[in-house]
Every structure is written in structure tokens, then in C-alpha cells.
Design a protein around this ligand. Structure first.
Ligand code: ADP
Ligand code: MG
Length: 279
């Protein structure tokens, strides 16, 4: 069903990251997960934010979890032990709650502290087609664990005035991780989210992005859509809560674009060099 030219099927791992808060990381993670599940992909969603919004937004109560990504990072549980299936959403969830905030400090004393998640995910490589990691809005040890695990970064961004400026920092961070810790890492693409085509400035920034980053900008555009904002209060991604909504349809389209892009992923080195020269 998921034929990739006869290769052994291995999960493609993506971080959804942006140092800014409130830019749509969690919304992108859970809706992309639901979209991929909808088109037949096996998905694990990893919540690396102690706020646990992606966990709750996937219909999993963070307060009732016995094991979370915290236990996995501290090697007291495996991913298989800690992940739970969200039946409503059709994907697996390695959840997070407040406890995860403590991991930051506890990890400092440990060996290979930035590669703990990578090691844990290697054990479930054959179980999934996609692993999506929702990162917190900072370059913490948690985000570093995400970036060290991943083949690529999906960067959600709003088409606002300072968007390009923030991007330079993120690109530099990814370049550093690429150079020092994870040579697989690349920016898989920039996703325009909360887009309102009626706002001229957003159109202009969108055009600028395309001009600067070319094919690194996903074709799919996620519109500002109230149904996507309402869905978390029902503990669901918009794609599951209201599949007919414009925003939900855009995320399913984006899921298909991700599947296509993964099949044509270029070598990491060239693509980072390209990002660096254009940022
Ligand atoms: P982050 O994880 O980067 O902090 P969130 O995904 O939590 O960002 O999004 C921030 C806020 O914006 C949330 O209230 C969310 O519901 C809302 N939001 C995200 N994407 C959209 C969208 N496309 N349309 C409308 N509201 C959105
Ligand atoms: Mg978030």
C-alpha cells in the first residue's frame, strides 16, 4: 500500500518548529497527522511541548496518561509502551504534560541528552510511515531532541511583516544542528498558515516568501478558519471535527503534498546549502 520503490519501509520523521509561539505549530501538527491518517498513512504524533496542547487536541487526556514522552526521554519507558492510539483521530500519540518541563533539567546530567528521542524512535521505525513532532516555542533541550531525531522540519508561518526576519534565526539554528548533530536534517518546507487573501500585506509577504525560498514554500496554503480554532475545545483536530471546513480540506491537501514531497526528498546537504544562501 505504501510502496516506495521496494525500499524497506521506514518512518519519515518531521519536526513542526518555529521559535515563535502562537504561529500554528500545534494546529499544523495535529491536522497534518489527521490528514495523513485519512489518506492511509500510519502516523505517530509526538508532543514535545509541556503544555500538552497537541495531546489534548488529539483527544487524549494529558492528566490521565500513565506514561508520556517524559518517560521515554528518561528511558524509563519505550515508545511502544508509552504511545496510545487516538481512535477518533486514527493516529498514535506519544503524549506530554507538565511533567515534561522537568525533563529539561534532568536531561542536562545525562549522556547523549540531545539524542534520547532519536534513539527511542529508532525502535519503532517500521511501525509508522510518518512521525510528527510538535515542538515548544524555544530552542530548548526538548526542541533539540526533536531536531536531532528528524529528517526534516516543517515551518508554519503567518505572512506578516516580521515573518522573514524570524525565519533567518530559525534557518541558522537548523544549519547549526545540521552541521553539529544531525546531517540528515533539512527544511522540508515552509507552510503558510492563518492566511487571509483579502489582506494585501499577506499577499505581499507570501509573494516575497515564494521569491526568496521558491519551491521550499509548500503549494498548499492553510486559510484562517474559525473551525480550526474551535476544534481543540472538542479535543479534536479540525480535519476530524469538521472535515468539510475549508481549513480542514486545506490540511488534507497538505498531507498529500507531504507524501509527494517525501518521495522526492533531496539530499540534506544540498538543500541546507540552498536555504543558507537564500536566507
Ligand atoms: P503554536 O503551537 O505555534 O503556539 P497554535 O497551533 O496553538 O500555535 O495556534 C495558535 C492559535 O491560533 C490557536 O488558538 C489556534 O486555534 C489558532 N489557529 C491556528 N491556526 C489557525 C487557522 N488556520 N485559522 C484560525 N485559527 C488558527
Ligand atoms: Mg503549540
Amino acid at each position: 500500500m505504501h510502496d516506495r520503490g521496494g525500499d524497506i519501509l521506514m518512518a519519515k520523521i518531521f519536526c513542526v518548529a518555529n521559535q515563535k509561539g502562537g504561529v500554528g505549530k500545534t494546529t499544523t501538527t495535529v491536522n497534518l497527522a489527521a490528514g495523513l491518517a485519512k489518506i492511509g498513512q500510519r502516523v505517530l504524533m509526538v508532543d514535545l511541548d509541556p503544555q500538552g496542547n497537541a495531546t489534548m487536541g488529539s483527544g487524549v487526556d494529558k492528566r490521565s496518561l500513565e506514561l508520556t514522552v517524559y518517560d521515554v526521554l528518561l528511558e524509563s519507558a519505550s515508545v511502544r509502551e508509552a504511545a496510545v492510539l487516538s481512535e477518533k483521530c486514527g493516529y498514535w500519540v506519544l503524549g506530554a504534560n507538565r511533567e515534561l518541563a522537568g525533563a529539561e533539567v534532568e536531561l542536562v546530567a545525562l549522556d547523549h541528552r540531545e539524542k534520547r528521542l532519536k534513539a527511542a524512535l529508532a525502535e519503532v521505525d517500521a511501525d509508522y510511515d510518518f512521525v510528527l513532532i510538535d515542538c515548544p516555542p524555544s530552542l530548548s533541550m526538548l526542541t533539540l531532541n526533536g531536531l536531532c531525531s528528524a529528517h526534516g522540519v516543517v515551518v508554519p508561518m503567518q505572512c506578516e511583516y516580521f515573518a522573514l526576519e524570524g525565519l533567518t534565526d530559525l534557518v541558522n539554528t537548523i544549519k547549526q544542528v545540521h552541521a553539529n548533530l544531525n546531517t540528515d536534517l533539512q527544511i522540508i518546507g515552509l507552510l503558510r498558515v492563518m492566511f487571509d487573501p483579502r489582506i494585501t500585506l499577506q499577499q505581499q509577504v507570501s509573494d516575497q516568501l515564494k521569491g526568496h525560498f521558491g519551491e521550499k514554500v509548500f503549494n498548499s496554503v492553510i486559510p484562517r478558519n474559525v473551525r480550526l480554532a474551535e476544534a481543540p475545545s472538542y479535543g479534536l483536530p479540525g480535519v476530524v471535527f469538521d472535515p468539510a471546513a475549508k481549513g480542514s480540506q486545506a490540511f488534507v491537501e497538505f498531507a498529500q503534498e507531504m507524501v509527494d514531497r517525501v518521495q522526492n526528498m533531496p539530499a540534506a546537504a544540498t538543500s541546507i546549502a540552498k536555504m543558507a544562501s537564500s536566507a
